[in-house]
Every structure is written in C-alpha cells, then in structure tokens.
Design a protein. Structure first.
Length: 213
C-alpha cells in the first residue's frame, strides 16, 4: 500500500476496512492504493427491499462518503455484501446469539450472496454501480460445530456470520457463481467496470480465482 500519491498514476481508494477486501485488492490491483473506510453507519434494509437493491444502496453511500475530485486518475471504490435466505437479508451478526441463529438458518440450505461495487472517478459523470449474486449451498453441520465456530469470534464481521474461505469450518458444499463475490469483492466485476472507464488500467488487473464466473 503506497504512502505517496502520484497525480499521474492510477490510484485506487477503497472505502472498506475489511481484511478480505484489502487482501483481494492487494493481490489483484498492480498500482498504488490506499484504504479510507467510510464513517457512514450502514442502514438496515428497507421493508421489501431486495438484497441486490440493499447492497447497491450501501455501496453507493460508502463511495460517496469518501470521494473527491482532487486527482483525475483516482478511482474510489465502495463495496457491500449481504446474504439472502427465505426473503430475509442477513447482515453481520450483532451477538453470539445472532450468529448462532444465522448459521442455524443457513444450515443444509441454499442461499444467495450479493455483493455490489460502486466506483466513482473524475473520468466519469456519475458513479457506476454493479451487483453480482452467487448461489451457495451449505452442508448439514452439527450444533457443536456451530458453537465452536461462533466461540472463535470469526462470524462477527462477516455478512451471514461466516467466511466461505474458512478452512476449518468449511460450510459450503457447492458454490454456483463467483467465489470472490462470496468472499466480499468480485474482482471480475471490478475489472469489467474499470474497463469501461479506462481500458488501459483494466488490462493490468489480475483476475485471481474469478475465472470461474
């Protein structure tokens, strides 16, 4: 992560403090970037709001809170992820009880993960917003496994209360769609949108495991 900003080089500002999103940007974006988490409090979903509408709204709020027009080649990126099952939107659990309930609800079921990305830059007139969804099927894990996983504290900063990449819990039996979308930042979608703004910059973005999209 660079400390010095070159006004002429492509520079990405990520509106997130998520370790997973930061690592994905570090691994895929070859240019300078920095982290500037939005201080905006994330709203609860509105009544009858779809998961894609919700994540799009929050991603846009995040990027608007940090963007400015100081540098022409700077890309501001905001992202939001949520889980949908039975028409309910699951965000980050607020307590152990909440995490236990979420993981029990997802057990041996199929759910949808939506991640939305919003990008703004001086190179475009208005922010770009794109959403991807991935269908995830969970295994029939035991109550003991849920309790042990929650006791580690791992669920509390993750939508739906889980990390798809957790090597010990391993909750998923099948993933239909982009894996990195479930992790929290579909690099394929980011590359596609930046390609619309500046194809030269987009060419150098590494897709990582997004090749399965």
């Amino acid at each position: 992560m660079a400390n010095h900003i070159n006004k002429q080089s492509p520079f990405l500002v990520l509106a997130s403090k998520s370790p997973r999103r930061i690592e994905l940007i570090r691994s895929s974006w070859p240019h300078s970037f920095t982290i500037k988490p939005s201080s905006e409090k994330e709203d609860e979903p509105n009544k009858n709001e779809s998961v894609q509408s919700y994540t799009s709204r929050i991603a846009l709020e995040k990027v608007k809170a940090i963007s400015n027009n100081e540098y022409p080649n700077r890309f501001f990126v905001g992202a939001d992820t949520a889980v949908s099952v039975d028409g309910s939107i699951l965000l980050k659990p607020s307590s152990e009880f909440d995490a236990l309930k979420m993981l029990d609800k997802l057990r041996d079921r199929v759910h949808i993960v939506s991640t939305s990305i919003s990008i703004t830059s001086m190179l475009i007139n208005q922010p770009i917003i794109v959403s991807k969804t991935t269908r995830v099927e969970f295994r029939n894990y035991t109550d003991d496994e849920i309790n042990q996983y929650v006791s580690t504290g791992a669920p509390f900063d993750k939508s739906g209360g889980y990390a798809i990449q957790d090597r010990r819990f391993k909750p998923a039996t099948k993933i239909d769609g982009c894996y990195l979308n479930v992790v929290g930042l579909p690099i394929c979608a980011l590359k596609e949108q930046i390609d619309k703004i500046s194809p030269d910059y987009a060419k150098s973005i590494r897709l990582l495991s997004c090749n399965d999209c």
